[in-house]
Design a protein around this ligand. Structure first.
Ligand code: S3P
Length: 166
């Protein structure tokens, strides 16, 4: 199981599709599965039930996906902050797509479907998550100023490298 983590705008969905094609594995986006299961958009869930309810639903969905069939799995930017999700991710190959704050904001500017973009403390949230992603990552790939194709090739090259010895 290859799991892509990183902040909004890191390119998890785009790079995930490319990786899934190259590896011959299905691509799964946790936000889409949440929307299919609940019959509502992420934005609606946030608006109607609040963020804590979204996080619980997200945790249950991600737990099922991690235990499910082999895939390239892109997680919503906040999913890795759930402590039980973090524990489960220890059994996966976690790839961190790192994006700088300014570049992330440029990439997602004006997106109506990401409710967190309206948070006044978004940059603080971004900084807090850097450590979370770092701790979980088996490998980290910088994405600023790079095209998705180049990023996915970098991920594949690093996945193919032998694991460091004891
Ligand atoms: C979120 C990121 C979104 C989505 C939701 C919350 C977050 O996914 O799960 O809006 O907490 O950062 P992307 O990272 O795919 O944008």
């Amino acid at each position: 199981m290859i799991v892509l983590v990183g902040f909004m705008g890191a390119g998890k969905t785009t790079v995930g599709h490319l990786l899934s094609e190259r590896l011959g594995l299905p691509f799964v986006d946790s936000d889409l599965v949440i929307e299919q299961r609940s019959g509502r958009s992420v934005r609606q869930i946030f608006a109607e039930d609040g963020e804590p309810a979204f996080r619980e639903l997200e945790h249950r969905v991600v737990a099922d996906l991690i235990d499910g069939p082999e895939a390239v799995l892109a997680l919503g930017g906040g999913a890795a902050e759930h402590p039980e999700t973090a524990v489960r991710l220890k059994s996966a190959q976690v790839v961190y797509l790192r994006v700088g704050y300014d570049e992330a904001m440029l990439r997602v500017a004006g997106d109506e479907y990401r409710p967190l973009l309206r948070r006044p403390d978004l940059e603080t949230l971004y900084r807090r998550r850097l450590g979370v992603y770092d701790d979980l990552a088996m490998l980290t790939v910088a994405t600023d100023g790079r095209r998705p194709e180049e990023i996915s090739q970098d991920v594949l090259a690093q996945l193919a490298e032998p694991a460091p010895g004891p």
